[in-house]
Design a protein around this ligand. Structure first.
Ligand code: F6R
Length: 256
């Protein structure tokens, strides 16, 4: 039985002109966090949504921001891709984050998608995150409301686990591969309870195709059928959107 509870605190929403501006807004806050806490632990999503954040952070680093003591923790990883596959999330983060920000590769942590025992690898990553504590987690959102690879129906109490991608998510991610059949069917992902432990959460979304999921996540019922709706229960969430992703937002009072 899916628990449905009344919405909690509505997240702070910022609407920007486009995806680049959204990325800059998020990166500005992350840079401020790193200045006040140089050894911050930052959870990093992949996919297209956070790429403008990483590009903007690289500009901060070029301008002198010191990120050498920051630990970067991946949100998820495909299961079964060889380590250097161009679409493994480790490789993607090496190109998008480690190289442009001149990060020591040892400061990037990713669940082991090549492990012979994925459940054990999930447990090890969960223990690492629990011991380290995540200061700020960056999230994108799937069209079906997933965060990480927590697809609809994932328990809110889930911790890092082995998960199966829905066919719609594999189709959405086919753009990174040759076709949907090449997208791995399984992954390791931080669970919803893992994500909710982060002290701060920054969700970023751009494009009309995200508008419905964003509206349901922010103002719909808090239900496991829309995993991102759990964020309504977090006290420090900021949602940064472009105009298109914000196009279906109706505030709880009914005004756009
Ligand atoms: C990525 C991840 C996913 C994506 C989501 C949106 O690490 O966990 O939840 O954030 O699928 O993907 P994009 O940004 O490519 O639209």
């Amino acid at each position: 039985m899916t628990p449905v509870v009344p919405p909690g605190v509505p997240p702070v929403v910022e609407v920007t002109t486009d995806a680049t501006a959204a990325g800059e807004a998020v990166a500005t806050r992350i840079a401020a966090l790193i200045r006040t806490k140089p050894d911050a632990v930052i959870g990093v999503a992949t996919g297209s949504s956070p790429m403008p954040v990483y590009a903007a952070l690289a500009r901060y680093v070029e301008a002198g921001l010191n990120v050498t003591r920051v630990t970067w923790c991946a949100l998820d990883e495909y299961l079964g891709l060889p380590p250097h596959h161009p679409q493994s999330y480790r490789t993607v983060l090496e190109h998008a984050l480690v190289e442009p920000l001149h990060v020591d590769p040892a400061m990037l942590r990713v669940p082991d998608g090549t492990a012979a025992d994925p459940d054990r690898a999930a447990g090890a990553y969960e223990r690492f995150l629990a011991a380290t504590g995540v200061d700020l987690q960056i999230l994108g959102i799937g069209r079906n409301g997933h965060i990480g690879f927590n697809e609809p129906g994932t328990p809110f109490a889930s911790t890092t686990h082995r998960a199966r991608l829905t066919e719609s998510t594999r189709k959405a991610n086919a753009r990174f591969f040759t076709d949907a059949a090449s997208v791995p069917p399984e992954c390791l992902t931080q669970g919803l309870a893992t994500i909710m432990r982060a002290r701060q959460i920054e969700l970023i979304a751009a494009g009309e195709e995200k508008a419905d999921a964003v509206a349901r996540a922010l103002y719909g019922p808090v239900t496991e059928q829309c995993p991102a709706s759990v964020l309504q229960r977090h006290a420090d969430v900021r949602v940064t959107l472009d105009v298109a992703a914000a196009s279906r937002l109706v505030s709880p009072s009914g005004h756009r």
